[in-house]
Design a protein around this ligand. Structure first.
Ligand code: FAD
Length: 479
């Protein structure tokens, strides 16, 4: 089931189809036009609730293929939207794709580990799972997130909050270099010595600055972690959230955790004791000795969860700790940066998602922020910390247009319910609607990002999910 988020938009002019056909003729890689049999399969986003119908879908195999695509698009009056997986395809589709060539970077997938320098180099379309596995062979860990098949580029360019975040910060701040095709088709390297301003923008500024064809980032000596999850019946949600939210603010930086209300479907592949149930799940990872981790978790364990799997595990297993859907998903969501969560905020959160009879949301989550996420990182990029104590996320699966309307309304209600406790900059990686990107940055940072976009993409060739506009000479934003 897909929902046409572009319904009602004007159909693309014939000139766009002609331009797309010319691009295909001259490109050095496969390009699927709307009339091609391969188009429907190649345009599918990871989030199947998003219907994306671009002018064409290109599948480059090399940086030179990308460079040629960008040059051709610029000449033919088309735009280029890099997309690794389509985990955050919604905002891109909502912005309109009639003149856009989506560049699927999946074939630019490679992983090289330099275990001496503790640096990973990956292709621009690589997902987390193979990189984490390769790093683990050297006893090293990357700052991946909760999903094994999120694209490293999209995640890292937007920030990147994972299980080590309160100790080591955002993934973006540990990106050491990027190879990028910019607006004139040039392939540039951005690192500390070459174009550090572009590197700064790519560390949190998102995908508005070009197509990333390779990324390098730091790895950490983390062979294992003390990690797992605790499960409670939904009837205990209030008691557990009160304890967790206080614990989360006071906990040392060594732990990063999440609190979730889950309304699970009666699926046969779920363990019998969870099938069709509503539960509270706390999961997380502690970077400390077993003894120290036990002391850190004691306040939660004293709540006597019905299941407690926390123990020492290989670091690589953390990509599946959160049990995020793999391969594809289909959802609509809402998010909010939470300054603090007093009793009334806890009540509001649980009123919005705690009762499955009154919401279509399958999940309401609070990610623990603070620690290294609460202060600017040394030499950090456009996003290097957050103002809130928690990051809220609520979402539900979408199986039909009617359900989509309901889930959309409930996701908006979830965000609205938390509004009195919301503050600071939004985390754009969690935003699945097209919004003004000013929400994600302070004014100075946003202006600096706009200036960099104007420099690397003066003609506005690139389209991004969370697009930072170019600035006109009079300082007004453009597309
Ligand atoms: C199930 C799930 C779990 C998640 N877990 C986490 C988590 O734990 N922590 C967290 O911080 N975030 C998480 N996210 C959010 C995730 O980081 C964003 O959705 C991110 O944008 C996904 O990147 P992608 O490349 O997979 O998606 P895409 O939709 O392919 O890309 C999103 C945008 O990134 C940019 N982009 C992607 N690839 C390139 C490239 N090669 N060059 C230039 N720009 C590019 C483009 O602007 C693109 O529109 C999760 C999302 C989902 C759906």
């Amino acid at each position: 089931m897909t929902i046409d988020l572009t319904a009602g938009r004007p159909q693309p002019a014939d000139s766009t189809s002609t331009a797309a056909a010319a691009l295909r003729e001259l490109a050095s890689c496969p390009v699927h036009l709307r009339t091609d049999p391969g188009y429907d399969e190649s345009r599918l986003a990871w989030n199947r609730a998003v219907e994306q119908r671009p002018a064409a879908v290109a599948k480059p195999k090399t940086a030179h293929d990308v460079s040629r695509l960008v040059r051709l698009a610029a000449e033919l009056g088309l735009r280029i939207a890099p997309q690794s997986t389509g985990h955050n395809a919604g905002p891109l589709a909502q912005r309109g794709l009639d003149d856009v060539v989506i560049v699927r970077t999946g074939a630019l997938s490679s992983v090289t580990i330099d275990s001496v320098r503790r640096i990973a180099r990956v292709g621009g379309g690589t997902i987390w799972d193979p990189a984490v596995t390769a790093a683990a062979e050297h006893g090293l860990a990357a700052l991946h997130g909760s999903s094994p098949d999120v694209g490293i580029a999209g995640y890292s360019l937007g920030g990147g909050i994972g299980w080590y975040a309160r100790q080591l910060g955002l993934a973006a701040n540990h990106v050491t270099a990027a190879e990028v095709v910019i607006g004139d088709g040039t392939i540039v390297r951005a690192d500390a010595d070459h174009d550090p301003e572009l590197l700064w923008a790519l560390r949190g500024g998102g995908g508005s600055f070009g197509v990333v064809t390779a990324l390098e980032f730091s790895l950490f000596e983390i062979p294992s972690a003390y990690a797992g999850l605790m499960v409670f019946d939904i009837s205990r949600a209030e008691e557990v959230l009160r304890r967790w939210s206080t614990w989360a603010v006071e906990a040392p930086d060594q732990v990063t955790a999440s609190f979730r209300v889950l309304h699970l479907p009666p699926l046969p592949d779920l363990p019998a004791f969870l099938r069709g149930r509503s539960v509270v799940v706390i999961d997380g990872a502690v970077l400390a000795s077993d003894d120290r981790a036990d002391r850190i978790l004691a306040g939660l364990r004293s709540l006597k969860p019905e299941l407690d799997t926390f123990l020492r595990v290989p670091a690589a297993s953390l990509t599946r700790l959160h049990m995020d859907p793999e391969g594809s998903g289909s959802g609509i969501s809402g998010t909010a940066m939470i300054r603090e969560l007093p009793e009334a905020g806890i009540d509001a959160f649980l009123s919005a998602v705690g009762d499955r009879t009154s919401t279509s949301l399958m999940m309401g989550e609070l990610r623990q922020l603070g620690g290294a996420l609460s202060h600017p990182a040394d030499g950090g990029g456009a996003v290097s910390h957050f103002d809130g104590q928690f990051l809220a996320f609520g979402g539900g699966p979408v199986m039909s247009p009617e359900v989509a309307l309901q889930v959309g309304a409930d996701a908006a209600a979830f965000t609205r319910a938390l509004a009195p406790w919301t503050g600071g900059r939004t985390y754009l990686n969690f935003v699945e609607d097209a919004v003004d990107t000013r929400q994600g940055y302070d004014e100075l940072t946003w202006r600096r990002l706009s200036g960099i976009r104007s420099a690397v993409d003066p003609n506005g060739v690139f389209a991004a999910n969370h697009q930072v506009p170019r600035l006109y000479e009079d300082g007004r934003p453009s597309r």
